[in-house]
Design a binder for this molecule. Sequence first.
Ligand code: PLP
Length: 385
Amino acid sequence: MSTNTGFSRRGFLGAAAAAVGYVTIKPADAYASVAESLRYVQPLQGNGDEYDSLAKISFNENPWGPPESVLKAMHHAFKYANRYGYPDGGVVPALAKHHGVPTNNIMLGSGSGEILDVCCTGLLRGGKKIVGSIPSFSVLYEKGRSIQSDTIAIPLLSDYRQDIPTMIKATNDNKADVGLVYLCNPNNPTGRCVSKQEVQQLLDSIPRDIPVLIDEAYHHFVEDPTYATSVPYVLEGRSVIIARTFSKIAGLAGMRLGYAVAPNALLNRMRPWATGTINASVLWGGITALNDVEAMARIKKETLRLREKAVADLKALGYASIPSDGNFFMVHIKRPIQQVQPEFRKHGVLVGRPFPPMNEHMRVSVGTVEEMARFQAAFKQIFAV
Ligand code: PLP
């Protein structure tokens, strides 16, 4: 893959850091660029009429929403809306059975965002640092910043894969200070996977007691045969936390349900920081979603079909995309995304924000057929092709 695509590791690192291959970002100056990028996420106020009218392909959501079976289960659970001690439908044992782990290896969160949050609060105490790729899912780094943790940032390789040898080196060079290694697999925003061999290499090459958070939010969309879930490492008793979510394939982003699979001892360091409040409705929806294998297969098939069509259409217009295993992809737009994003907004299309240093790439989430058609039409006008 060409490296001449508006993204340079050396440019991002600077000459001195390029020698070691990573850069330490302090909370004070950290993520000036990420904070900048967040200004593009404009929450929409009001009654939702405008929101409803937009093509929403910016947040890697499932545009079709939860399947009928899940809606029915959630509707059933509304009878608990006035209760505190509501039954959870057996979601924790169901998840434990699904993954073949004991129930004390499961911890629920209000979205997997809460899992990432409590990983930071529970595991970075005493000024510990995060090691992770840049760009990746920046919410974790922002949380670290908010509790005064440094981030040791590893740039992506020129083909946009994560640089596992440098991640190992950065962890070992700083082993006394590292509280958490973050591996988003597949990575958001690029959609690229880390192979099972590389995950094993990472886990085998760093001190066994350093926790590794493996974020598998997009697990259900992966086709890459070199990828595998890292859940089996939990059964081996390794220091790994797997984060999963019902926001993507199950279409429940607005309802907030995610979970961690991890050794109980590790979860016990995180549990005190979790709110422990998950709404009754999504608990019942979640367990139904887990069992509706047919609906998940349907969503996956349609998502991949529309993603491949969009990538091919853009290629025909002269714009290359990074191969993705998520419900989104990144296209190289050859100009700053900061200029282009507002143009799409004028066409009623919400696309992804900047992901520094990949400022000439646009992240596009897979939307409905109609949303993708609106995206293509807007793209042709904005890029005059
Ligand atoms: N992890 C990754 C990689 C994500 O992309 C997201 C959301 O987009 C999340 C975690 C958080 O998702 P949620 O809190 O909805 O489960």
